[in-house]
Write a protein that binds this ligand. Structure first.
Ligand code: PLP
Length: 393
């Protein structure tokens, strides 16, 4: 069958691929430890589940407005006011089936063929693919460990052309866990305003920040910056609600309207029950979020020293999210592998530990480990990685 050219240019998600491979081995009876997960390992808090059950029983099982229930938009506006001091109107909010879907709608609504989107690498695997699916061109800026994987204005100058339409910022970052400070964001925002570049600020890991680090949204810098920014967020990571599929964008009303039109002819509204659950998530008690955050922080602080003690491994200590992104090129070389992807495949094969190769994130010398699993699992996984390295060196 002759498939569309557009699907030939995209690669399947490497994070989902490794999770699928690990799942297959598990099904065959192997004791696999998966460190590929992109989702919190906690249950959705009870008060959210209760609200969802009540909504279903009350008959809230019908279509809703495409861009989300007005009550949900109010709850999101309340959250943005509470956490960032933002003022948004309901016409500036669109709720979709997860932040991933909202980003998809955004690129569909924004890009003409050949329009360029600047994406700092390492990046979340779906950004370049979604840009390509919309006919756009991803322009990567490769960052370095030395600069804590952050971009500078000089980097932006080197990447900007007359076709540059947007810049994606993801702080806290998947996969590095780095957070941009207010001071680091200021010159980036100034540059984007000057060159009329739309800022896409993916803030999905906002609530997962550790060891005294602070999240700051670029849109908080000024009203002008806010007007030029699309804030992307959702409840997947903050409330352990990945399966409910709710994310949102807060942006210019004209852009939101165009995104809503695209959604109206593709997905329609996100599941009504999930929308009711999310109203509870944002309006209800937030203590359970803090408990999850503390658990992640404890894991990070325990696992990080063990990881960086492995021969040849370097890793900038993450400030947020729930991933570690070590450079293992030297280790992989010393183990006799020609590529890090081969090292990753052999680790799964011999020790049954699944990690994600960095290539999908635009950094082939690295791997991503998720600590969205128990400390016991993490310690066992590190024992096995240690054993694997010793065996091969
Ligand atoms: N953005 C980033 C950086 C992510 O890591 C993810 C999920 O892994 C998403 C967006 C999408 O989240 P969801 O579609 O579950 O809201």
């Amino acid at each position: 069958m002759q498939l569309a050219k557009r699907v030939e240019t995209i690669t399947p998600s490497s994070t989902l691929a490794i999770t699928a491979k690990a799942g297959e081995l598990k099904a065959q009876g192997y004791d696999v430890i998966g460190l590929g997960a992109g989702q919190p390992d906690f249950n959705t808090p009870d008060y959210i589940i209760d609200a969802a059950m009540e909504a279903v029983k009350a008959g809230h099982t019908k279509y809703t407005p495409t861009a989300g229930l007005p009550e949900l938009k109010e709850a999101i506006i309340g959250k943005l006011k509470r956490d960032q001091g933002f003022t948004y109107d309901k016409s500036q909010i669109i709720v979709g089936n997860g932040a991933k879907h909202v980003l998809y709608l955004l690129f569909q609504a924004l890009l003409n063929p050949g329009d360029e989107v600047i994406i700092p690498a390492p990046f979340w695997v779906s950004y370049p693919e979604q840009v390509k699916l919309a006919g756009g061109v991803p322009v990567e800026i490769t960052t370095t460990e030395l600069n804590h994987f952050k971009i500078s204005v000089e980097d932006l100058e080197g990447a900007t052309t007359s076709r540059t339409k947007a810049l994606i910022l993801n702080s806290p970052s998947n996969p590095t866990g780095m957070i941009y400070s207010k001071e680091e964001l200021e010159p980036i925002a100034d540059y984007c305003l000057k060159h009329d570049i739309l800022i896409i600020s993916d803030e999905i890991y906002e609530k997962l920040v550790y060891n005294g680090n602070q999240f700051y949204s670029i849109a908080q810098l000024s009203e002008n910056v806010k007007a030029q920014t699309v804030v992307i967020n959702g409840v997947s990571k903050s409330h352990s609600m990945t399966g409910w599929r709710i994310g949102y964008a807060a942006a210019d009303a004209q852009l939101v309207k165009a995104m809503t039109n695209v959604a109206s002819h593709s997905t329609s509204n996100p599941a009504s029950v999930s929308q009711y659950a999310t109203i509870a998530a944002y309006n209800g008690p937030q203590e359970s979020i803090e408990k999850m955050r503390q658990a992640f922080e404890k894991r990070l602080n325990e696992v990080y020293p063990r990881l960086t003690a492995l021969p040849g491994v370097t890793c900038v200590k993450p400030q947020g999210a729930f991933y570690l992104f070590p450079n293992i090129q030297k280790t992989s070389d010393a183990c006799g592998f020609s590529q890090v992807t081969d090292w990753v495949a052999a680790l799964l094969d011999e020790e049954k530990v699944a990690v994600v190769p960095g290539a999908g994130f635009g950094m082939p010398e690295y791997i991503r480990l998720s600590y969205a699993t128990s400390l016991e699992n993490l310690n066992h996984a590190l024992d096995r990685i240690e054993h694997f390295i010793t065996n091969h060196m």
